[in-house]
Design a binder for this molecule. Structure first.
Ligand code: XMP
Length: 509
């Protein structure tokens, strides 16, 4: 986003760096995350309107701890130091940081004691999230203390002349009640932000960039049915109509109606969609396979083969597009990554096809922003609001051997479950059904039945790394149980999974 005002989030290892970057964007300012060891010269090359230094697990006074360059703090560019970021600001400029006798963790009350552009419209009473053992015991020359808590006499400080501000607490989390106002104040009162970032202009800029990069050439994209590749396709087809070729491999493990939804969503778009029904081919390969890892490997390899066969039929295409998003970029090394995602549908293809460039228009976006772009581009909700879905699909939600009958059974049951939970006001983060490999005795009318046990899974999570099982109202579970056992032949018993992650994973296989 070359022509947009930019905030740099300098990462010193804190767990909230993504959250800080997202908050800034939600407030209408573009942000990027750079590693704490980025040189001042490189940081300045982005022409940032402000810098936010994040928290981190180390102690600033230990020899191997990362510190920012003093020159950066002297550059006149506004800096907001958060937690470790604030301690570093103090330490680098001659203040003192020490380990406190009492650690402060959790929500704490605090008081603002001097007028500060950072605390405008915040009031004097603070409710903030603290998470620290070290604290500043002496501020550097030229600074004033602007807030304190019971256990932390220097909870915020500033040097207006140098445009340096620090808070010991975490304004980026919702546990800090006026945190968003504090970040807004930093952006608009201190950095003079214009608020020139939103999804509409992201789309405009992305379209211009795609046109410039691609010219009159063709672009190839693997559509997986997920949000990222779908939004990527919609964006590229809008930028360069009729130059995008999408290959959609239906491995037969999609949920009910899903393959149709993907095809329909793109039926009226200016692109060429090649939908390959490879379900029989995949089922054949999986005959007799019960081990989860083998299932995944076989599906992954087969996917590459089907995709590549189709791609090679197309002749030379110059560009490969990918739905890489910002978290993929951050995870693979702080914005330096430019490699091809180890995405299952492009393995080995880049060399064979000799692509001369990668098109990744979502590279700068977080997931919620990708969904927004999708909505702006008119994609249906069934796609933009889609839950995460594993690449191997229902194949890893059928325990044991996969057969066509089991797939049909699971598809129906899963559909009913998702339909009912979809009616809840507050929906879990992810919910799906699993067909176990256990059969139990049941009774229907006067008949004895012998059918499968179906497990229902629903979790609440922010990052999918840890999760709690969702507390679904009993009446809803009862309705789902009745519907599934009545409507899906072959299922006699329903159980609800009450395990968190850890110790379980979200998926069963
Ligand atoms: P687990 O089961 O590891 O899942 O707790 C965490 C999240 O990742 C999804 N998941 C996958 N996504 N390919 C994917 O693209 C996969 O092979 C895969 N396996 C799990 C899962 O649905 C959950 O959201």
């Amino acid at each position: 986003m070359k022509d947009k005002q930019t905030i740099i989030v300098l990462d010193f290892g804190g767990q909230y760096k993504d959250l800080i970057a997202r908050r800034v964007r939600e407030l209408g300012v573009y942000s990027i995350i750079l590693s704490g060891d980025t040189t001042t010269k490189e940081i300045l090359s982005y022409n940032p309107i402000g810098i936010i230094t994040t928290g981190g697990p180390k102690s600033v006074y230990k020899p191997d701890s990362p510190l920012c360059d003093k020159g950066l703090l002297e550059s006149g560019i506004p800096v907001l130091g958060i937690c470790y970021g604030m301690q570093m600001m103090a330490y680098v400029q001659g203040g003192t940081v020490e380990s406190a006798s009492v650690s402060e963790y959790g929500q704490t009350s605090g008081t603002v004691i001097s007028e500060s552009p950072l605390f405008e419209k915040v009031g004097n009473d603070l409710k903030v999230l603290m998470s620290h053992t070290d604290r500043i015991t002496k501020i550097p020359e030229g600074f004033t203390v602007t807030a304190y808590t019971n256990d932390c006499p220097i909870a915020a400080m500033e040097n207006k002349e140098k445009n340096l501000y620090g808070v010991q607490f975490h304004p980026e989390v919702t546990h800090t009640l006026k945190g968003k106002t504090i970040i807004r104040n930093f952006l608009y009162n201190i950095c003079n932000a214009k608020g020139d970032y939103n999804m509409k202009n992201y789309i405009e800029t992305a379209i211009e960039e795609i046109r410039k990069q691609v010219g009159n050439e063709q672009v190839l994209l693997g559509l997986s049915g997920g949000v990222d590749s779908a939004v990527c396709a919609a964006l590229i087809s809008k930028a360069v109509p009729n130059q995008l070729v999408c290959i959609f491999v239906d491995h037969g493990f999609m949920r009910k109606n899903e393959a149709e939804e993907v095809k329909q969503a793109f039926a009226d778009k200016s692109l060429k969609l090649i939908a390959v029904d490879a379900s029989e081919r995949f089922l054949k390969k999986l005959e007799g396979v019960t081990d989860p890892e083998r299932k995944r490997k076989i599906i992954g390899a087969e996917f590459v083969e089907v995709f590549n066969d189709e791609a090679l039929k197309l002749g030379r295409i110059k560009f490969l597009a990918q739905g890489t998003i910002y978290p993929d970029v951050i995870e693979s090394g702080n914005g330096k990554a430019a490699t091809i995602k180890s995405h299952h549908n492009v393995g080995g293809l880049p060399e064979k096809m000799g692509f001369s460039g990668l098109v990744e228009p979502l590279r700068g976006l977080f997931k919620d922003e990708v969904r927004k772009v999708g909505r702006e581009l008119g994609l249906p909700e069934a796609i933009t609001e889609r839950q995460p879905f594993p690449g191997p699909g229902l194949a890893i939600r059928i325990i044991g051997e996969i057969t066509k009958e089991k797939l049909d059974m699971l598809r129906e049951a899963d559909y009913i479950y998702r339909e009912e939970l979809g009616k809840l006001k507050k929906k879990p983060s992810q919910y799906f059904a699993v067909l176990t490999n256990t059969r139990t005795v049941g009774v229907m009318g006067d008949e004895r039945t012998y059918g499968y046990v179906l497990a229902l899974r629903a979790v609440i999570t922010g990052d999918f790394m840890t999760a709690d099982y969702a507390h679904i109202p009993q009446s809803v579970l009862a309705r789902i149980s009745t519907r599934i056992t009545n409507e899906v032949h072959g299922i006699t018993r329903i159980v609800y999974d009450i395990t968190g992650k850890p110790p379980a994973t979200i998926e069963w296989e």
